[in-house]
Design a protein around this ligand. Sequence first.
Ligand code: AP5
Ligand code: MG
Length: 192
Amino acid sequence: MRLVLLGAPGSGKGTQATRLREHLQVPHISTGELLRAAVAAGTSLGLQAKAVMAAGNLVSDAIVLGMLEERLTQPDTRNGFILDGYPRNLAQANALDALLTKIDQPMDIAVQLDVDQDLLVDRLAGRAKAEGRADDSPEAVRNRLKVYEEQTAPVVDFYRNQGKLAHLDGVGSLDEVFNRILEAISPHADVG
Ligand code: AP5
Ligand code: MG
């Protein structure tokens, strides 16, 4: 099962991907987490990305695609993967499509989690207190939501045009949202 989770910052991509990973037994690949690990490790890539991320802007396509290509060629992705945080713009969506076509592993389904902006802001404010992520400040959150609308929202149409989009309500308990996702992906799932 090759699945991509789409949705604004705070829509629950990471939360649901963790559950899906257990259920589907395929890796969860989050470009945001890969980048945060590079920042924490102080690699040259991390140093380049740090300020861009803290401001809530997108890291360059070349850096992120390089990171993703490396991850997708690791053997644990052979039975599928859950992508979270990539693609972030149409250039990334096209690059991913080309890569997956080349390795003969096309995307099965794109799941979009839809959550109202006010609720997104509340959730991220909650996480800012609990976890202190550098880009959860009110200013960075405002910018991340703007970047999402301007650059990432068109990716939804990209998958809709391919007939691969499942548009879901991302509001409700963690179990409710998880069960909606399971229902949407069931035609493609080997398990569950
Ligand atoms: P990334 O890490 O991808 O962050 P994001 O898209 O902004 O999304 P979040 O991780 O904030 O939200 P989420 O949807 O995962 O929600 P979560 O489950 O945590 O990217 C960070 C940065 O890295 C980018 O800004 C960019 O700089 C860079 N980057 C990453 N990928 C890139 C790319 N491809 N290209 C260029 N740059 C890239 O939930 C949020 C909160 O809500 C949590 O506290 C959670 O507990 C809570 N919550 C979740 N579900 C529910 C629910 N149902 N009810 C109540 N609360 C809930
Ligand atoms: Mg996340």
